[in-house]
Design a protein around this ligand. Sequence first.
Ligand code: DGL
Length: 275
Amino acid sequence: MKSLSDRAVGVFDSGLGGLTAASKLREFLPHENIVYFGDTARLPYGTRSRQTIVKYAKSDLAFLKSKDVKAVLVACGTVSSNAINELRETEPDLPIVGVLEASADTACEIAQAGNGKVLLIGTSATVGSGKYEEYINSKYKGITILSRACPLFVSLVENKLRCGYSVKRMVAAEYLLDLSQEKPAAVILGCTHYILLADVLHELFPDSVLVDSGEESAKRLAATLSKKDMLNKSEDIGKSEFYVSDASDEFLNKASVFVSDKIKSVGLIDIDQYS
Ligand code: DGL
């Protein structure tokens, strides 16, 4: 039986976007073992009802629990905004870190040192949940929160190899040109896919700091493990395992867009077994 610190960290997303967070986690915690799950059979989550998102997230968590993980990074803005409380109630003893608090805290610190304006961009379910506003208003004073759902962004990222800069630029401008006039101090990329649109977003928001929710959540999970004395004590580089619920070959082809490390194999699982 493995000791607590040797056990893997679980990371999940609806698909590939969470790989951006997993690769940051690998960078911050090189000695940890990581189990990644992308629910590619049921992607996208961002257009679904809260009830469905909660149901999907619970089965994703159950799969990771079956891998005996010691902590979970919810590398999905949609789940973090709509289902994190339910996940924490289901597994009260498991540290579960989402992207919302970490990215909101960083953005608010930046905004407080600047013009006080934060722009949240994310999926329809993330923006519609109002959870960023709820969290920020409960903790910070004097922050103006602007928000906009950008539903096509996930498809743009997933099709990056086939979709050129001008298309991305046009879609981003359609969603965000008016808000770019507001010159927010920080733009929260509330969906883990969006950091892969950083080039066009920098062009639209040249004076704003783009807050990568995947990176911020990976940082927070690292801090949580350290505080709880749960870090892997091994000096070896940790192993990563990848699982999806559909089309594992396609995952392998696309994964190179999201992570620089070559992913050699990916396991296919039946997520319905964990529902
Ligand atoms: N990666 C998910 C997020 O961070 C979005 C993708 C989806 O809609 O499933 O919200």
